[in-house]
Ligand binder design. Structure first.
Ligand code: ADP
Length: 314
């Protein structure tokens, strides 16, 4: 039986209810919504009934507990979340621009999750897991990078697997050591899940076909390219699958890639055919955009089956 682990930021998201540029004026806000790409990912895994855990840190405050309570409710092992009595839980303020893009104000590095470090307890937790999922966003601070690379090494050494979603944000790409860490993680990756153009940050080739071939030749077993409302594609040495997206009303795209990735990894580890796995992931990404709030659109298997049945194979 597999157990999926991720390590990284847990935070709350507070969202401006009107569109505009950033926060240099007073704006109406809603939240806090439980968030953090690794947290959204692992919540979706838990909601599918798959055994899973997260290693992180939060402050002993309402923002921390809103996350711990949600993750617990959805079946995630939260024993690796340290609650720091003197710490503060991370936060991100988000405002959508008129062009559909987003502006963020992050407080992550100076929050509890900026200091994630391993202990005997979390090392023991890592040794109960068979798959490690790495989120590029989590590589924002040296101690978190060390924790992630340690988990990747231990899980691989024990015969487990690694998936990697670069999930890059320009705001954090230039964190100290981040570019080197991304390359180190890539070299250990079995399943690589970039969004569109991110593929080219990791390959020399200029076309998608060549970039995919280049990365597969380096030892990556499978690549999934996410394409927002254009669907997604799957590649391995023998197979290519392309799916259009399911037709849904997009309310909030935050969390789509995380729910998609979580669903892909969960079903991939069950050994299902890649076309079937991609279909479930595609449905999960589509359902995620239909709800306001990053973690609010996570789905159960029954909800995914219902969308697939209603719309067919997309
Ligand atoms: P990321 O958030 O990592 O950039 P995407 O925006 O590409 O990821 O979304 C991940 C997946 O979610 C897509 O490949 C697609 O399957 C699904 N998805 C995203 N946006 C939509 C949408 N507007 N309608 C339907 N499906 C969507």
């Amino acid at each position: 039986m597999s157990k999926i682990l991720t390590i990284g930021e847990i935070l709350v998201e507070i969202v401006a209810t009107n569109r505009g540029n950033g926060f240099r004026e007073a704006v109406p806000l809603i939240g806090p919504f439980p968030s953090g790409a690794p947290a959204i990912f692992i919540d979706q895994v838990g909601k599918l009934g798959q055994e899973c855990a997260i290693i992180s840190r939060v402050g002993d405050d309402d923002f921390g507990w809103v996350n711990i309570n949600r993750l617990t409710e959805d079946g995630v092992d939260v024993s690796g979340i340290e609650v720091l009595p003197m710490g503060t839980t991370g936060s991100a303020f988000v405002r959508y621009r008129e062009d559909g893009g987003r502006n963020f104000v992050f407080n992550i590095r100076n929050s509890a999750c900026g200091e994630i470090a391993l202990s005997d307890k979390t090392l023991a937790l890592i040794d109960t897991c068979t798959h490690m999922h790495v989120m590029g966003t989590a590589l924002y601070a040296p101690s978190v990078v060390t924790s992630i690379l340690t988990a990747v090494e231990r899980i691989k050494a024990a015969g487990g697997t690694v998936s990697f979603d670069p999930n890059l944000r320009p705001e954090i790409l230039d964190s100290p050591g981040m570019r080197e860490a991304l390359q180190t993680v890539l070299s250990k990756t079995d399943l690589f899940m970039p969004s569109g153009e991110e593929l080219f940050l990791f390959a020399e080739a200029k076309t998608e076909k060549e970039a995919v071939a280049e990365l597969l030749a380096k030892g990556i077993k499978a690549i999934v390219v996410k394409r927002g409302d254009k669907g997604a594609s799957y590649f391995d040495r023998d197979t290519q699958v392309d799916l259009d997206s399911y037709k849904v009303e997009e309310i909030d795209p935050t969390g789509a890639g995380d729910c998609f990735g979580a669903t892909f990894v969960t079903f991939w580890l069950k050994g299902m055919h890649p076309a079937e796995v991609l279909r479930y992931a595609n449905a999960s990404g589509a359902r995620a955009v239909t709800k306001a709030g990053p973690m609010e659109g996570a789905s159960t298997r029954a909800e995914l089956d219902a969308l697939i049945q209603a719309q067919g194979n997309a």
